[in-house]
Design a binder for this molecule. Structure first.
Ligand code: NAD
Ligand code: DAU
Length: 361
């Protein structure tokens, strides 16, 4: 079906991958609303900047009047909400933006969507979907032998970021329960792939390795994350949008639990092979253990049985194939990396890692 949709946060990491693929597959017109914070980057969308099926709008999900205008003008059949402040470490330094966008912004978005949806005729009302993109972090941290998170796992967010995402999930749920808004929520594990901002572990390590800088490992590096290639996440979202049951939550994950140190050592091995250091030594020599993240969650793991069983989605990439594509993308797109690591980025890494005793300028 050819659909007009509004995507929020479509200039960021996952949102841009989603928008690009939507347009490439000819699935319909995307109105892409993004505030262009430090994490939003129009360079991610160059491929479709003049495409008739892509309309970029610079704006905030907290701007209800703008949202009302866009909804009235484009009459979308769905809204997919990626817009958020997304970096845990930034939420520890300064939680306010996270409350503003993730909680208050989602509230204004829901209010605008509710008003629009109420005005639709019966058939359009039934067809409409609001899909909220959330995270596994809302479930808190797992012990070594605990079963992976299912959709009924209790909410135990531990960081200001995850607490703000949990609050937004609750609002989305309440808008369905109270007003009947046809919502879908997805809770996904750690993504990696092209356009990943180099403040996050995988792109940061690739960037620092090539720049001859320390590869900072928080604490002992034995924390576990469950990695999913970004295109698999985007495919899962399209699948939920198309066939998900209204009001339901779907956990999305790659069945790829890895310790951080294991991920970093894999990246070093791949870079040693693809772009050896001039002195012949391994990039692993740059690994540096630094002070741990405050309140660091030990382990995340997603049980993605429900989405596989009910909707037939499964990841295509293994960690090995996905990380190979990712490293190759970063090596081939060093201009992109140079552009996003200027200005505000330098300020962030200096401040954040200086507190951990590392000079990253
Ligand atoms: P990102 O930080 O790369 O991108 C966020 C985008 O949202 C940016 O383009 C930014 O400009 C935009 N934005 C921020 N505040 C806005 C506002 N008030 N109004 C409009 N746009 C705004 O984030 P990401 O990693 O692509 O994550 C996207 C979504 O997926 C988030 O909701 C995040 O919680 C969720 N998620 C991320 C991961 C992951 O591993 N990255 C995993 C699971 C879920
Ligand atoms: O689980 C999904 C979440 O994954 C998303 O909701 C978040 O938006 C996304 O940022 C990500 O959160 P994490 O905190 O898991 O990702 P990050 O890349 O920041 O860190 C991954 C792990 O690596 C984590 O255990 C912290 C550690 N780490 C991170 C950085 C930046 C380091 O050891 N050193 C670092 O310099």
């Amino acid at each position: 079906m050819n659909q007009t949709i509004i995507v929020t946060g479509g200039a960021g990491f996952i949102g841009s991958n989603f928008v690009l693929e939507w347009v490439r597959q000819g699935l319909g017109h995307v109105i892409n609303l993004d505030k262009l914070t430090y994490a939003g980057n129009l360079e991610n969308l160059v491929e479709i900047q003049h495409h008739p099926q892509h309309t970029f709008v610079h704006g905030d999900i907290g701007n209800q009047a703008l949202l009302a205008e866009l909804l009235a003008k484009y009459q979308p059949t769905a809204v997919v909400n990626f817009a958020a402040e997304s970096h845990v470490d930034r939420s520890i330094h300064g939680p306010e933006d996270f409350i503003q966008t993730n909680v208050v912004g989602t509230f204004h978005l829901l209010e605008a969507v509710r008003a629009y949806w109420n005005g639709l005729d019966q058939a359009d009302k039934q067809a409409f979907r609001f899909l909220h993109v959330s995270t596994d972090e809302v479930y808190g941290s797992l012990g070594k032998n605990d079963p992976a998170f299912t959709e009924t796992h209790k909410y135990e967010p531990n960081s200001p970021y995850s607490a703000s995402k949990a609050a937004s999930d609750h609002l989305v749920r309440a808008y369905h329960h109270t007003y009947g808004l046809p919502v879908l929520t997805t809770n996904c594990s750690n993504n990696y792939g092209p356009h990943h901002f180099p403040e996050k572990l995988i792109p940061l390590v690739i960037h620092n390795a090539l720049a001859g800088k320390p590869l900072p490992i928080y604490g002992n590096g034995q924390q576990i994350r469950d990695w999913l290639y970004v295109e698999d996440h985007c495919a899962a979202i399209r699948c939920v949008l198309k066939t998900g049951k209204i009001g339901e939550v779907y956990n999305i994950g790659g069945w790829n639990e890895k310790q951080n140190i294991e991920v970093v050592r894999t990246l070093c091995r791949m870079l040693d092979a693809k772009k050896p250091r001039e002195d012949g030594k391994s990039y692993a020599d740059q690994i540096t253990f630094v002070e741990d993240r405050l309140g660091h969650d030990q382990r995340y793991a997603i049980d993605a049985t429900k989405i596989a069983r009910e909707l037939g989605w499964k990841p295509v990439e293994t960690f090995e194939t996905g990380i190979e594509k990712t490293v190759t993308w970063y090596l081939n797109n060093q201009d992109w990396v140079q552009n996003v690591t200027s200005g505000d980025y330098r300020h962030w890494v200096q401040k954040h890692y200086a507190e951990r005793g590392e000079e990253m300028a």
